[in-house]
Design a protein around this ligand. Structure first.
Ligand SMILES: Cc1cc2nc3c(=O)[nH]c(=O)nc-3n(C[C@H](O)[C@H](O)[C@H](O)COP(=O)(O)O)c2cc1C
Length: 220
């Protein structure tokens, strides 16, 4: 798994040629090192309007204008699509609910591989509120939720797809966003995914303003 690079390497560096790694090995290195990853508890509906919810930590905000959120949705080992991926294909909509510490237990129940048609929100005891711009509900217990219209699906292999959604509408619990649209991270209390089954809170924070070139030069 570890390869000796023909290039001069810094002593003490362990290197990996990704072409020589299995998918599982790449997964372990990436999810262990690209941390913390935010968690989207994605609500969607199928063509019959049946509600589905599942967490995704191959997730991030990739653009603000247009407002684009991205999900990495794998297929099941059988090759079947997960309900979330199938629902988005059918209805061209989904809602991202941000996972706070209070939502963790419900989020973990939504990750259980229930058969298609199961309402994970009901199983988890979470409250579905009707979407405003999309047919998918948003979760009342979530600190923030973003209603998305399908934008693009990137087919990146035969076992997964990357789904981009454009945010049409947002819900924030009262007390999280101020008049200047600053989001209070303590009130949001988002959790992140670490490697394996690890999670991290966002409670230890600090500011580090980016310097102007003049400020940087003045330090010399
Ligand atoms: C914290 C967490 C993050 C997850 N992230 C992903 C992910 O990014 N992509 C993915 O395909 N599955 C991910 N999963 C697994 C799915 O949530 C799981 O397969 C779920 O059963 C899919 O449900 P669905 O068939 O209703 O869409 C994650 C699970 C957990 C607990």
């Amino acid at each position: 798994m570890t390869t000796q690079s023909p290039h001069a390497e810094k002593p003490g560096t362990v290197t990996f040629d990704f072409a020589a790694l299995s998918g599982r090995e790449r997964y372990k290195l990436l999810i262990g090192a690209v941390v913390p990853r935010p968690i989207a508890l994605v609500t969607s509906v199928d063509a019959q309007g049946r509600v589905n919810a599942a967490p995704f930590s191959f997730f991030n905000c990739l653009s603000a204008d247009p407002a684009i959120l991205a999900l990495g949705v794998e297929y099941r080992p059988s090759g079947a699509q997960k309900d979330t991926g199938r629902n988005i294909r059918e209805t061209l909509a989904f809602t991202v609910n941000i996972v706070s510490e209070a939502l963790l237990e419900g989020m973990n129940i939504c990750a259980v591989p229930f058969p298609p048609g199961t309402d994970e929100l009901a199983e988890a005891g979470l409250t579905a509120r009707p979407g405003v711009r999309v047919p998918c509900p948003w979760i009342a217990e979530a600190p923030a939720a973003f209603e998305c219209r399908h934008h693009t699906t990137l087919g990146i292999g035969n076992s997964r797809e990357i789904i981009l959604g454009e945010v049409l509408y947002a819900h924030f619990r009262e007390g999280i966003v101020d008049d200047r649209l600053h989001v209070d991270p303590a009130a949001l209390d988002a959790v992140g995914r670490m490697g394996g089954h690890g999670y991290a809170t966002t409670r230890e924070r600090f500011d580090l303003p980016t310097m102007t070139l003049e400020e940087f030069t003045a330090r010399r």
